[in-house]
Ligand binder design. Structure first.
Ligand SMILES: Cc1ncc(COP(=O)(O)O)c(C=O)c1O
Length: 423
């Protein structure tokens, strides 16, 4: 790799996905396109989203409630448009995927089925410093079973002086608690460090310990290669406002392995939207779930959220997940190379990259631990039109995403950072 604008531009020239940038609205300030590296927080708006929303509004104004059954695209079948692209993104059978609610809500709901503490088998293993919403979800969910979170939740943390969690420590913790373990709930990619976890072998270890296993894929869906069905993951949930570009507060997604779809022993919280579709409108007593992941739905969906989701998923279908993953890795590889250059020039390690460097352990996000003047540097980057984010106490996160970021933007970012740090 080379640290030059010409080289970065040559990568863009050779990029087979380069035209997809035009499918998105890039933020502009005083006539200048900003360097948006926050696709890991809120993905940019696809140009086609407004049109999809408008079609829902038009159908509503023309047919009112009959829109569920009438018009060129009856709303009763709208969910079907989302399932195939999503199943390819997460590596699942179409029947294993559903679109509903938001992420934390879905984790609570699916935990109702998959966290069934019995006697001393009541422990949950999770990552230390998981995203706060996951921590609050676990804490309160455990309490709802009359259990003490302090006793039941086992966190696995990085070793002293390290930033990421060693895989062998996760497997060792699972093995150590195998007699009491009910569930392993883990992130696919840690929101703070950008570390990707080996979900296949965590699943394997959890199953060998007789426990269930689920993943929070907030930072993984649409970012890294996933193969949930083949890995035999029991359940997973994700949001779609990050890499999946479906808008603020976008509708979430969930996966449940097919071996559970017809299991009558699973507990659930039900609602009419999860009821067998062929007889739902008979409005009869007694819940009969749809025999797929859709059986976990509760409420009438928001068609507007569906429409925004569909607009973005269509772009994923066109671009192809394999090509997106490949380019996402190439973008973060280039950023890591340039950050090494910044450190080399300053003669000391002002920027410590805490994201692993191996492709199997990272996605698009690179997290930089700032050893001095962190907040000052971050503010200076923001003044230069860079959208990155600051995480207390001293981490700057940057994600160059394959659908709309360019190698040239990554080069500009590193050059501006170099100027701010090294003068
Ligand atoms: C890892 C992770 N889990 C959970 C959440 C919360 O998601 P929601 O607000 O959609 O419930 C987020 C939000 O950023 C997240 O990054």
């Amino acid at each position: 790799m080379e640290n030059s604008l010409e080289y970065a531009r040559s990568l863009d020239q050779a990029d087979v996905l380069k035209d997809y940038r035009d499918a998105f609205i890039i933020p502009v300030e005083e006539g200048k396109e900003q360097l948006y590296f926050l696709g890991n927080s809120l993905g940019l708006q696809p140009r086609r989203t407004a049109g999809y929303l408008q079609r829902i509004l038009d159908q509503w104004s023309r047919y009112g409630v009959e829109s569920f059954f009438m018009g060129e695209d009856p709303w009763m079948h709208y969910h079907d448009h989302l399932i195939r692209p999503l199943s390819r993104i997460v590596g699942a059978l179409p029947s294993e995927v559903t679109v509903m609610n938001q992420l934390t809500v879905n984790l609570h709901l699916i935990m109702v089925s998959f966290y069934r503490p019995e006697g001393k088998r009541n422990k949950i293993i999770c990552e230390a410093k998981a995203f706060p919403s996951d921590q609050y979800m676990l804490e309160t969910h455990v309490r709802s079973h009359g259990l003490d979170p302090e006793q039941v939740i086992v966190e696995v943390a990085p070793r002293e002086g390290e930033h990421t969690i060693r895989h062998e420590d996760i497997v060792e913790a699972i093995d150590r608690h195998k007699e009491e373990l009910a569930l392993v709930l883990w992130g696919g990619l840690n929101y703070y460090t950008g570390q990707v976890f080996d979900m296949a072998s965590i699943t394997d270890a959890a199953h060998k310990a007789g426990a269930r296993v689920g993943f929070d894929l907030a930072h993984a869906a649409g970012n890294i290669a996933l193969d949930l069905h083949a890995w035999e993951v029991d359940f997973a949930c994700w949001c779609s406002y990050k890499y999946l570009n479906s808008g603020p507060g976008a509708v979430g997604g969930a996966y449940v392995h097919e071996r559970f779809h017809k299991d009558p022993t699973l507990n659930r919280f039900a609602g009419w939207w999860g009821y067998d579709k062929t007889t739902r409108f008979k409005m009869e007593k007694g819940f009969r779930p749809i025999a797929s992941a859709e059986g976990w739905q509760l409420s009438t969906p928001s068609l507007l959220l569906y429409a925004a989701h569909r607009a973005s998923l269509e772009i994923f279908e066109e671009a192809g997940m394999d090509r997106l993953v490949e380019k996402g890795q190439a973008l973060s590889d280039y950023l890591l190379f340039l950050l090494d250059e910044v450190n080399r020039r300053s003669g000391n390690r002002q920027v410590e990259v805490i994201t692993p460097r191996w492709r199997s352990e990272k996605g698009c996000q690179v997290s930089m631990l700032m050893h001095s003047r962190g907040r000052e540097v971050f503010d200076a980057l923001s003044r230069e039109g860079i959208f990155a984010d600051w995480r207390e106490p001293n981490v700057i996160r940057v994600a160059a995403v394959p659908l709309y970021n360019r190698f040239e933007e990554v080069w500009h970012f590193a050059t501006i950072l170099d100027k701010v740090l090294n003068g």
